[in-house]
Design a protein around this ligand. Structure first.
Ligand code: HAM
Length: 428
């Protein structure tokens, strides 16, 4: 006998967890609407080059974690599952000429992302993100607005103790000189570098700062900081972002070593952590500005900023506080029958009630009436609709399972009766 299991690093979201995720998606959509972000969908896979160019060839996400799809023929394009949404959204921005839309274009995507990560709690190969992007506004006010929207998400999701870490990582004007300084620093410590980091020193030295290798912690802490090398324009931008956050009272901490793990960032970079877990590997979410990405993916230069919040990690955090699960609403009524074999009658009456918008369950198993009624109370239904011989005269019994009372109701009035009873139940 084969014994099949969900692939390593993936989870079946059973109804309790799935409804928790749905609730979070609801909070995300509500916030997106209030802040003027319009929801869109992008494919779950793209040409791999969209990610290689957009996110950067020398990043963990592309080098180690990209889910590449095996090409089906020689001339087929190389595809990969989306590891994040930003590159795909920007690809769509360029493809559909969104630079001609009123600027900025504010877009949002909610859905699963895929990374071939080493699985552990909070790190999955399929995980869910709420992603939001504002393209076409150079900031700094929109930077603060997006940081605030993310902060509010955690509040409304029921996770009040979230810390914002904030940094500026400079731009094309000031970063090259900083990178030279950084490279020189790490060269002096080349002997202490793990193999991968030594290779990256030559290709992408900034990535050494977000290395997951514990051997790097002390070296990174003592490395030169980008904050000390910001040009005047970047420093002014960063100060203005902070002033806007101060104005709305979003608490944040400037974290000079925060650089994020993707190559497209310029200037503002931020991450959200549970208070007390700052700077550990599992951020709840993160984002930043990417003023070069639109051009990099073939469009006319346009600035952008966005975030992605990991919904799995919010669910995990809520589980720890015992507030993850949505409460299930019981059916208003269960349709049962005196004749166990007459499933047609129960099915038909339930169908009538559902067409009227009511939430009912039909007892379709062929058990005795007593057993059918037991399952009705187990489901916490308020009423049982009991079908018996009266149906030939167009009547059914309506039993209030809580009060224990029962009366005859014409089938034609059943939906209205139930709706009315439901209302008085809610008010009572
Ligand atoms: P990121 O930091 O790579 O940024 O991912 C954002 C969030 O997704 C993380 O903070 C984490 O909560 C969640 N996440 C990432 N990988 C996993 C995983 N393997 N398992 C569970 N959760 C995970 C981005 O994706 C950028 N696109 C954010 C952005 C948008 N920047 C600008 N716009």
């Amino acid at each position: 006998m084969p014994s099949f299991r969900a692939p390593r690093g993936t989870r079946d979201l059973l109804p309790d967890v799935s409804s928790g995720l749905n609730r979070l998606e609801g909070v995300a959509r509500s916030l997106a609407g209030r802040y003027g972000y319009r929801e869109m969908e992008i494919p779950m896979f793209e040409q791999a080059a969209v990610f290689e160019r957009g996110i950067g060839e020398v990043t963990d996400v592309v080098e180690k974690e990209l889910f590449r799809l095996a090409p089906r023929s020689e001339e087929a394009e190389a595809w990969a599952l989306r590891p994040e949404a930003t590159a795909g959204i920007v690809r769509a921005f360029v493809q559909h000429g969104m630079h001609t839309w009123p600027q900025p274009v504010k877009l949002t995507v909610v859905g699963p992302m895929f990374r071939y990560d080493r699985p552990q709690a909070g790190r999955y190969r399929q995980f869910w993100q709420w992603d939001a992007e504002a393209i076409g506004d150079p900031g700094p006010a929109v930077d603060a607005e997006i940081v605030e929207m993310g902060y509010r998400f955690y509040l409304e999701a029921g996770l009040p103790h979230v810390q914002v870490l904030l940094n500026s990582i400079g731009d094309g004007a000031c970063r090259p000189a900083y990178l030279e300084q950084l490279t020189a620093y790490f060269r002096r410590h080349e002997g202490e570098l793990p193999e991968l980091e030594r290779r990256r020193l030559e290709t992408n030295p900034l990535r050494l700062l977000d290395s997951k290798d514990p051997a790097m912690t002390a070296l990174v802490a003592a490395a030169p900081r980008i904050g000390d090398s910001l040009c005047e324009a970047c420093a002014a931008h960063f100060a203005a972002v902070r002033a806007h956050l101060d104005a709305v009272g979003v608490p944040y901490r400037v974290e000079p070593t925060l650089v994020r793990g993707l190559d497209y960032y310029t200037r503002t970079a931020f991450e959200y952590y549970r208070s007390g877990a700052e700077g550990q590997q599992q951020a709840l979410g993160g984002g930043g500005r990417y003023d070069g990405l639109v051009e990099l993916l073939g469009g006319r230069a346009a600035p952008g900023i966005g975030f992605a919040l990991g919904l799995d990690r919010v669910l995990l955090a809520l589980e720890e506080t015992g507030s993850a699960h949505a409460v299930e609403t019981p059916p208003l009524a269960v349709v049962v029958g005196a004749d166990p074999a007459d499933t047609v009658a129960r099915f038909r009456v339930a169908s009538l009630l559902r067409a009227e918008g009511l939430c009912v369950r039909a007892e379709l198993a062929q058990r005795k009436l007593g057993r059918q009624l037991e399952t009705a109370s187990r489901d916490h239904a308020h009423f049982a609709v009991i079908i018996g011989d009266e149906l030939t005269e167009g009547h059914v019994q309506l039993k209030d399972l809580e009060a224990g009372t029962q009366r005859l109701v014409p089938l034609a009035e059943l939906a209205r009766e139930l709706a009315r009873a439901a209302k008085s139940h809610h008010h009572g």
